[in-house]
Write a protein that binds this ligand. Structure first.
Ligand code: MTE
Ligand code: MO
Length: 407
């Protein structure tokens, strides 16, 4: 049978997926990974400037990083960084010479700058920062919630280079009555009824020295899908604030009220931002700073490990106070052992850690890592539930099977 006949047959028998497989050249095979919840199998798919990443959706492009990547070093390489868009009309063809950033609104000197002008006019700063989607781990919510069903691969640790947002705002001359900035990227909704992705930030947060307008990630221009040529970076804050393809900032003397600014990315206004599962909160607050989290990175759920000494590696991070300590439990949380913290790349970066368990016995083994931040925040044992499935921060459990060594 020739290829075409095979393909037709596959379409008739098994549907389009099988046909797509047959259409792949030579030795390429589809690869799928389980994200650890029902219906959690995701295909690894290639995109320009990206290694194969886990497909969440195609239009708009939404891709997650395979978790094993976080064991390969503190910095997430550009090709491995996840991709998230809300609107299907995102730019694919960008002319860096034509792209401009406008600063307008309550300023004394409105500015429109090209990328070249921005680079020339302002001091370049570099920071190693964790970028994490507020919905990271949403697929693990119990009970399940609506929204993109994500594993824990919607995060990255990267070195960003760019200008301080405060320097650019100062050049425009911010009015004393300023309360917020509202900002835009060049992506557009595919339908008129869809609200634009406009985000806002309190002026005090915009003026923090760490907030930046970045053009470089890990020493290279931003990948197209991560915001080329310019993106806002708000270290410590969830990535929903980190506008890609940044094109306009309006300084406002009031609180901005767009859909994506006031309806999306809100959590219950309760002490732990949770409500009884299935209920709606009476009052909500905007998510800002990331909650403290930690992960074991050198094993995946269900892995088999040899008995005896077991070396663990992991990462921890928070919303910018830095990591004070990480503890590991191998007995379901009854006792905890302090891990050794590794390289400190700054308070906004992943903090690596290591710990060796001396004598693990054959049988099932559940491991837990718990981080404490410098501001005193510690991960909860039970995940508070919220309708958006945002800001997951529970102590994660990793289940291994320990096999007798040498068998
Ligand atoms: N222009 C634009 N910027 C955006 C978004 C978007 O949809 N459009 N999504 C935000 C959200 S919710 C996340 S999690 C991050 C994802 O950044 P990444 O695609 O570089 O991983 O971009 C943020 N900035
Ligand atoms: Mo996000």
């Amino acid at each position: 049978m020739d290829d075409d006949a095979l393909r037709r047959r596959a379409v008739l028998k098994g549907g389009l997926a099988a046909a797509a497989l047959l259409a792949l050249p030579g030795r390429v095979r589809a690869a799928w990974l389980d994200q650890g919840f029902d219906n959690g199998w995701r295909e690894l798919v290639p995109y320009p400037q990206k290694m194969p990443l886990l497909r969440i959706t195609t239009r708009p492009v939404h891709l997650e990083t395979p978790f094993s990547q976080f064991d390969r070093g503190l910095i997430t390489p550009n090709e491995a960084v996840f991709v998230r868009y809300h609107l299907a009309g995102h730019p694919l063809d960008i002319d860096p010479a034509a792209h401009t950033l406008t600063i307008a609104g309550k300023v004394s000197r409105p500015l429109t700058l090209t990328l070249a002008e921005l680079k020339k006019r302002f001091e370049t700063v570099r920071q190693t920062v964790v970028m994490q989607c507020a919905g990271n781990g949403r697929g693990l919510s119990q009970p399940r919630v609506q929204g993109a069903q994500l594993g824990n691969g919607s995060m990255a640790c990267v070195e960003m280079a760019g200008a301080r947002l405060a320097d650019v705002l100062a050049a425009a001359g911010v009015d004393g009555a300023a309360r917020q900035i509202a900002y835009h990227g060049t992506d557009q909704p595919a339908l008129e009824a869809t609200p634009s992705f406009v985000r806002s930030l309190d002026i005090a947060d915009a003026l923090r020295p760490e907030a930046m307008i970045a053009w470089e990630m890990n020493g290279r221009p931003l990948p197209v899908l991560n915001g080329y040529p310019l993106r806002l970076v708000v270290p410590g804050f969830y990535a929903a604030y980190w506008m890609k393809h940044l094109s306009r900032i309006d300084v406002l003397d009031h609180v901005f009220d767009g859909w994506f600014a006031s309806q999306a990315y809100v959590v219950p206004d309760t002490p732990d931002n949770g409500v009884p599962p299935g209920t709606r909160p009476d009052r909500t607050v905007r998510l800002t700073r990331m909650k403290v989290r930690s992960f074991i990175t050198n094993f995946s759920d269900g892995d088999i490990a040899p008995a005896g000494r077991l070396a663990l590696r992991g990462i921890a991070f928070d919303g910018g106070s830095g990591i004070r300590r990480v503890d590991v439990s191998a007995d379901g949380g009854a006792s905890w052992l302090p891990a050794r913290l590794g390289k400190d790349a700054g308070r906004f970066a992943f903090r690596p850690w290591t710990l060796t368990l001396d004598d693990v016995r054959p049988g099932p083994l559940t491991l837990m890592a718990r981080a404490t931040a410098n501001d005193g925040q510690v991960q909860p044992a039970v995940q508070p539930w919220n309708p958006g499935g945002y800001a997951r921060d529970v102590i994660e459990r990793l289940n291994l099977v320990v096999a007798e060594a040498g068998r």
